[in-house]
Each structure stands twice: as C-alpha cells, then as structure tokens.
Design a protein around this ligand. Structure first.
Ligand code: SDX
Length: 438
C-alpha cells in the first residue's frame, strides 16, 4: 500500500471484499479519503487492469492537498488561510488578502508596503497588448478579450516558463495581479468605443481600476470612497474558493508545467461558463426577463418544471446560505446609498423569499450563492452584464495563483491525465472508399 499508510492509524482502514475473486483487501483511510491507487490494486487477474474510480465532475473526488481555502458547505463557512471571510471583508483590503492567499500569512508593514509598491508599478501593459486588444470587433465579449490577452501575455514574458525559480514565479504573479485590472478596463473601454485609460499609480488598486474604467476628460478621476470600499469587499469575497471549476482548470493546465499566464487563461475560460462565473451575468438577465414581481410565481413554476435554472442559486459545496451572498447583500445598501437603489433589487429579494420557502428549493438545499446579488451592485456601478464575469476574474486571479503556486511546490502532484470508461467500437476493419461510397 502507499507510503501514506505509515501515518494512518491501524483502525482507519476499509476492508473491501472483491466478490469476483473472494479476495479481501484492507484499504487505508487517510484524511477522509481512500487513495484511488490503492483501489487500483483490486483486480481479477494480474494481467487485468485494477479498479478505477468513476466520478463525472469530480463530485466526490479530492484532487489535491491544499492549505489555501477552507469551506464547510453545511455550516456556510469560508476561510482564507484560516481567517473567516467575514473578518477579512470587514477589516482587510484586497491586496492584503491576495498577499495572504499567496504567501500563507498576513503581511508585516514592510511586506505589505513592498507588495503594494510592486503591484502598483506593474499595472502597465506593453503597447502591443493594447494594439492586440484594439483588433477585436466592437462587440467582442470582454471575457473573450481577457482570455486572449492574458494568454498573450505569456509571449511578452517568456521567462515565465521557468516555473521552478521561486523569484521568477513571484515576478509573474505580481505582473498578473497588477495587470488584470488594466486588461479588464481596456476591454470595458473597447466595448464603449472609448480611449483606453492608462493606470494612475497614485491611486489604490481598486481606485485605479475604477479610474481606468470611468475617467473621461477630467485631469484625475477619483471614485466615491463608498464605491471603492464596496469594490474592495467584492474583490475580497471573490478572491478564492478552493477547488472550483476554474481553479481546477488552472491546476490541470498548470500540471503540465506551462507558464502561469497560460494556466490563468484556462481559468478565465472556465469562469466564463454560465454555471460558474458567468452566473452573475445570467442572474441580471434573468431578473430583467422576470421584469415585475407578479411574474415571479410563473417563473418559479418554469424552474420547477425543469425549463431553466434559478441562476444565482445552488452550489456544489454550500448546502446552506453562501456566506459571501450575505456580505454582498449588505454591501448593496452601501452602494445604493451612492447610486440609488437598483429597481431589480425588489424582484431579487422577493424571488429569494419565495424560493427559500418553496419545497423544490428547500429539498434540494438551494440557497443564494455569491452571484445572486453581485450583479445588482455591478449594474448599479454602471457595468454592463458582459463585464460582470470580468469583475469576478480580476480578484480570483490571486486565488488561482495561490493554488497554482501550491501545485508547483507539491511533490505529490503529477500531470493531470484521468482515465475513461471506453464506450466506442473496437478493432473495426478499414474499408476502402471505393467500396464504402458505392
Ligand atoms: C460559482 O464551485 C465554486 O466554488 C463556484 C463559485 C466560486 O466562488 O468559484 O462559488 C462561484 O460558480 C457559484 C455558482 C454559480 N452558478 C449558478 O448560480 C448557476 C445556477 N446553479 C446551478 O447550475 C448549480 O446549482 C451549480 C452548478 C452551481 C451546482 O450544481 P451541482 O452541485 O452539480 O448540483 P446539480 O446540478 O447536480 O443539482 C442538484 C439538483 C438538480 O435537481 P434534480 O436533478 O435532483 O431534480 O438541484 C437542481 C438540479 O436540477 N438545481 C437547480 C439549481 N441548481 C441545482 N434547480 C434550479 N435552479 C438552480 N440554480
């Protein structure tokens, strides 16, 4: 059995009897899991393949050991490096949380100041990146532009492929965290046919992002402090979420030892999907489609009939209220104090109230997730729905990189290459076209 058995206590085993052979196996249980490799030793004959585990979507499969983020889905708990998300959202800022995720501890004053300085002075991108982005059609989806430009950054920093050098890894992670807001803002301005706005290094990370998005002819654009604070909270809440679909994509692509730009581009692609990060955009379109409160019952019946999903509800892990949704709901009030209440909020609140009382949703433990309310804030901040997932990808970059860095340093990790259950034909005879096409 694997060398992990050395640390599992004697009682922590599974005795499996293979009724095909009558043989019994003691399989070690470690950290609530059994190793698939140990199950692979269960076979009918020496020259037969051993057992594998079939788990579409990895619903019940651990792919790695990680110390970055802890989630307790039943209790609605989320902690970054052991710190409860509520405390970080209340007391920290995004760059400090990004430092915590990547380095594993909160920074000292010197570490924080050095980190902020490094990120601030790497916000610019090569002019060729701007030219590249200007080549997109006027109506290009900003997530497609972000995906392509982040992947393209790997060609500007070829040294990023040297992933075994920690100092080099650090530099590439600084560049990615620093440049994501610039690329996101460029994509936003592109869609509006407005000139791209260069970073203002005198502003904080989120204030600079808002300036690159909304600055027009004024000499300096400084957003309302309440909006800057709300965006800091949203960025903190979206920074990481253990092995979600896009992090799994970053780890899977990263397991080939490719550079971090290419791995993060894969994460952006996964996040784009409507079941994942694209849900916040889908929520807003859903609320707009419902239109008025009296249409909610008919919409809910459609969901229960299986015609569509209630976007922004449900989660693979949370079978309780997503703690982030609670915090975002509170942030709505702060933002609406500046922008005025988003009229769709009334529909969202009523939809949530009805769903939380309806057996269909209660029995499936479907609660609002992080995407249910975030779209309302983004719309109130004058972002079009296409930008919502970009606003998710920017902060999630620090989580993706923390997980990627952990993967690179993990001696247990190998290139991702799952098995399959083959269902196709076998050993067919190829027939020449002349015969086949008669
Ligand atoms: C994010 O993984 C992460 O951590 C992701 C994320 C992060 O920070 O990275 O938290 C961010 O992606 C949040 C999720 C955003 N997506 C949505 O809001 C889209 C709507 N939600 C669903 O598509 C769904 O809930 C998932 C994809 C989020 C989770 O799906 P699961 O765990 O695979 O559950 P499932 O699809 O097997 O559903 C179980 C049952 C099914 O009903 P039955 O077949 O048993 O009758 O619940 C139903 C589903 O049909 N169901 C829903 C539903 N979500 C699940 N029914 C109606 N509306 C929904 N939203």
């Amino acid at each position: 059995m694997s060398d992990e058995t050395a640390t599992a206590s004697a009682g922590d085993t599974l005795t499996v009897r293979d009724n095909r052979t009558g043989t019994e196996y003691d399989v070690p249980i470690l950290d609530g899991t059994v190793r698939a490799a140990d199950l692979g030793k269960i076979r009918v004959a020496e020259d037969e393949p051993g057992l594998a585990v079939y788990d579409p979507g990895f619903v019940n499969t651990a792919s790695c050991r990680s110390a970055v983020t802890f989630i307790d889905g039943d209790e609605g708990v989320l902690e970054y490096r052991g710190y409860p998300i509520e405390q970080l959202a209340e007391n920290s800022d995004y760059l400090e949380v990004a430092y915590l995720l990547i380095h594993g501890h909160l920074p000292s004053r010197d570490e924080y100041e050095a980190w902020v300085h490094e990120i601030t002075y790497h916000t610019f991108v090569h002019e060729n990146v701007k030219t590249f982005m200007q080549g997109f059609r006027y109506d290009a989806h900003p997530m497609g532009m972000l995906l392509a430009s982040v992947g393209g950054l790997s060609t500007f920093y070829p040294e990023g492929r040297n992933i075994s050098d920690p100092d080099n890894r650090h530099m590439q992670m600084v560049r990615l965290i620093a440049k994501m807001p610039t690329l996101g803002a460029f994509a936003f301005r592109h869609a509006q046919g407005k000139p791209y706005v260069y970073p203002d290094n005198e502003l904080s990370y989120t204030a600079n992002f808002l300036a690159m998005l909304f600055k027009m002819s004024e000499r300096k654009f400084v957003a309302d402090e309440r909006l800057i604070k709300a965006l800091e909270v949203l960025f903190i809440l979206h920074a990481d979420h253990e092995q979600n679909c896009s992090t799994n994509a970053v780890r899977s692509v990263g397991s080939s030892q490719v550079d971090p730009y290419s791995a993060v581009a894969a994460g952006i692609g996964a996040l784009f999907g409507p079941l994942h990060g694209g849900a916040n955009e889908a929520v807003l379109r859903m609320l707009r489609r419902i239109g008025t409160i009296d249409k909610i019952p008919e919409f809910i019946e459609g969901v229960k009939a299986g015609n569509e999903k209630l976007m922004g509800f449900g989660h693979r892990v949370y079978k309780n209220y997503d703690p982030r949704a609670k915090i975002i709901k509170k942030a709505c009030d702060d933002v609406f104090e500046v922008t005025g209440v988003n009229p769709l909020l009334t529909i969202a609140l009523e939809l949530e109230k009805i769903a939380l009382e309806d057996e269909y949703f209660v029995s499936r433990k479907l609660y609002p997730n992080v995407d249910f309310y975030s779209g309302l804030i983004y719309e109130a901040l004058s972002f079009p729905p296409e930008m919502f997932t970009v606003l998710f990808a920017i902060p999630r970059t620090s989580g993706w990189l923390a997980q990627w860095s952990e993967l690179v340093d993990d001696p247990e990790q190998k290139i991702a290459r799952p098995k399959q259950i083959y269902t196709g034909d076998r050993t067919l005879e190829f027939e020449a076209r002349e015969k086949r096409w008669t």
